[in-house]
Design a protein. Structure first.
Length: 418
């Protein structure tokens, strides 16, 4: 029986696995390393600063800076890095810090005597005393209701796409106003598509060029740097997720829905200028295929409802954490978990344990409990060590003794965001 099975091999899962290995736990990690990152279009860049984009290991030995330096790449403040490089960094991290990565997917997790049963995609059944669910964001893709049920040839989510060159010469409508929407529309335009934006927002928001990393004391005090951007509010979100968890549930829910809203990266703004058809204050209210295999969409906007035909709609409308979409959990287990208000996400207690003893959660599912930093890879640095501490505490409580000894000394915990 394993001490811990980690479901997911993205930044959160790999970071948790690195901490578990360092503490001598008998752990096994399932998932394809950085799979969703490898699937992104090659022209995309990290929105975060390189110094805020490290995966987390206890000694801080495997940071993005070390990986980039070994390849002669500049990992400097104010210099955006390609998403492909970050995905390759995650693979490098996994090879060095995660001793037992199994690239099979997990099909089901269910309670059992003394812990859990874990069933892999090819039918193998394993036993684990604890489970850490780090399934990333893909199970929680959000698509506007009028687009539900339409075939993939007409409607996709932005996370479905690797390369976008297949849309050259076609008319594509991108729904959304955040980085994914704006960068997708820019890439489509650069690759010869006719791209437009449809967004509920009345205006597009753009992040500004970050100030110098090393500034005078007054400038640093007025707008401190954080892994979520400059400013005191961002610093609170970045540095005190544990305080956020103690806020009243209605306050947490309100902040989760409004904090760090959609915005484009500063370096994208000039490229986005090539996208000339931008419909703000607008939303898709109906959509249906036409006889000539196009999609007719009705869009309600400031001047009323417009109708036009498009070849394809890409919904870059984010992700909504919900237990109902966490299909890897057995229905009985999923239904028994305590939820965080009306969001549909699970309530997560101290050290990232769910209301079911031994089931730990990481990543987007924990954002309604721990705050908006968990919507970003940045939150892996806060999560990993604390979650493994919770696992060790649960194992000691179950076994009545010490479980696992650290293999490495303490050190900084690297912080990450996308």
């Amino acid at each position: 029986m394993y001490d811990l099975v980690i479901v997911g091999a993205g930044p959160y899962g790999l970071s948790v696995a690195a901490h578990a290995a360092a503490h001598g736990l008998r752990a096994r990690t399932f998932g394809r390393s950085m799979a969703s990152w490898h699937a992104m279009p090659s022209g995309m860049f990290l929105k975060s600063e390189p110094w805020a984009s490290h995966l987390s290991d206890p000694a801080g030995a495997y940071g993005l800076d070390a990986y980039a330096a070994g390849r002669g790449v500049r990992a400097e403040h104010g210099v955006p890095l390609p998403v492909g490089l970050f995905a390759s960094y995650g693979d490098w991290f996994a090879r060095r810090a995660v001793p037992s990565l199994d690239e099979r997917l997990v099909a089901a997790v269910a309670p059992a005597a003394g812990g859990f049963t874990v069933v892999t995609e090819d039918g193998e059944t394993l036993r684990a005393r604890t489970v850490a669910l780090a399934v990333g964001v893909l199970p929680f893709m959000e698509v506007p209701a009028p687009l539900h049920g339409l075939p993939r040839r007409f409607v996709t989510h932005s996370s479905h796409h690797g390369e976008l060159d297949g849309f050259a010469g076609r008319d594509v409508t991108v729904v959304g106003a955040g980085q994914a929407a704006l960068e997708t529309a820019a890439l489509l335009t650069e690759q010869g598509a006719k791209a437009r934006i449809v967004a509920r927002a009345d205006r597009l928001n753009w992040n500004t060029l970050p100030p110098a990393l090393h500034r005078g004391p007054w400038q640093s005090f007025r707008a401190p740097h954080t892994g979520l951007g400059c400013g005191w509010q961002n610093r609170l979100y970045a540095d005190t997720p544990g305080v956020f968890r103690r806020l009243p549930a209605p306050t947490r829910e309100r902040l989760f829905g409004s904090a760090l809203g959609p915005a484009g990266a500063w370096w994208l703004r000039d490229r986005f200028a090539a996208v000339t058809d931008v419909r703000l204050g607008s939303r898709v209210v109906a959509a249906a295929p036409t006889p000539d295999d196009r999609l007719r969409i009705d869009v309600a906007g400031p001047e009323g409802t417009e109708t036009w035909e498009t070849d394809h709609v890409i919904a870059a409308t984010g992700f909504t954490p919900s237990l109902d979409r966490t299909e890897v959990l057995a229905p009985g287990l999923r239904g028994s978990l305590r939820r965080a208000g009306a969001s549909g996400a699970p309530e997560v207690g101290a050290l990232f344990e769910s209301s079911h003893p031994g089931l730990f959660l990481a990543g987007l599912l924990t954002a309604p409990s721990y705050g908006p930093s968990m919507r970003f890879v940045f939150g892996a640095g806060y999560t990993a060590g604390r979650l493994v501490r919770g696992v060790r505490r649960r194992l000691r409580a179950s076994a009545g003794g010490a479980i696992g000894r650290p293999r490495t000394g303490g050190g900084r915990q690297a912080a990450v965001r996308t």
